[in-house]
Design a protein around this ligand. Sequence first.
Ligand SMILES: Cc1cc2nc3c(=O)[nH]c(=O)nc-3n(C[C@H](O)[C@H](O)[C@H](O)COP(=O)(O)OP(=O)(O)OC[C@H]3O[C@@H](n4cnc5c(N)ncnc54)[C@H](O)[C@@H]3O)c2cc1C
Length: 337
Amino acid sequence: MIQNNFSLTDHNTFGINVKAKSYTTFSRTKELKKILSSEEVKGKQKLILGGGSNILFTKDFDGIVIKNRIKGIEVEKQNAEFVWIKANAGESWNDLVKYAIANGYGGIENLSLIPGSVGAAPMQNIGAYGVEIKDVFFELEAMHIDTTDEVRFTKKRCQFGYRDSIFKNFYKDQYVITNVTLKLTKELILNLSYGAIQTELHAMGIYRPNINDVSKAVCKIRESKLPDPKVIGNSGSFFKNPVISIEKFNALKIEFPEIASYKLSKKQVKLAAGWLIDNAGWKGKTIDNYGVHKDQALVLVNHGGANGSDIFKLSEDILADIKAKYDIVLEREVNIL
Ligand SMILES: Cc1cc2nc3c(=O)[nH]c(=O)nc-3n(C[C@H](O)[C@H](O)[C@H](O)COP(=O)(O)OP(=O)(O)OC[C@H]3O[C@@H](n4cnc5c(N)ncnc54)[C@H](O)[C@@H]3O)c2cc1C
């Protein structure tokens, strides 16, 4: 069923009050094929929507929003060491994490509590606390929006990068991801490279953690650091952490000795965008009913009733200021519509 003039306020975690000209949902690939092939939908601008946790709507959407509700998680195959889990794209990512932990399958516990759907996770190669989906990714299936051909994408074909994949670039707006297969481990292999996890585990009195303990520690850290979109509208990190050359980093370090950084290689350094924005004085800045979160400079927030275009303008001002202060061009992580 297609609904017209549909409010998207409850369908984006920023809580922006916009409308879609048309809106529909699908729970099976067959249904999706039918929608995409129908004369009513062909030729219209389309937005495939998951949980709306990585989108900033700056205006009403003048096309059809197609919401993914394909559910289901299954074990595709397994051996002594690994298990291949196929999850349909409309599943909640965090439910998939919980399923994996409940069954003792490791690899995504560090990605606990990331909002959104399974289908959107490979789009921007979701990552947190030293792990990215690409580390456990096996393959995905997707439907071409125009031809409705169903295509399998291996890990190599997805061209994963930092918060990036082929679906954000070369194949932007061309495919609907319908399911994702992850290769998880049955052995206890933990990634505790992110110092805060160890600290949290020790605070919990745990010195020999299992995947459930790591998940709990990650959830605790996230709950203490990140604003809950149910309480205050936001889309998580608004900007990506910039990667710069070592030469540029050395020059910046002289001017800003405290600059937060992570050495990627002999030639490249990743900077904490949050530090750059905080140091430029933006943290906690409030303009009318929107602004920068009081504790997280990377998170832009809607205090209630804000316009997406105002929040976008704020992001433009921050970009310009960061360029002027550090000669660094930040990139947005959030999809702007
Ligand atoms: C509080 C908070 C914390 C967050 N923390 C993190 C974090 O730690 N790490 C991280 O990486 N991200 C984080 N995010 C961002 C967000 O959760 C992820 O990007 C998530 O994968 C988005 O999923 P979604 O279903 O909500 O996508 P949506 O916002 O619905 O869509 C995002 C994009 O993907 C496209 N898309 C969605 N589903 C499909 C599909 N099935 N096929 C094709 N295209 C599709 C949409 O068209 C859109 O372009 C956070 C967000 C919030 C609000």
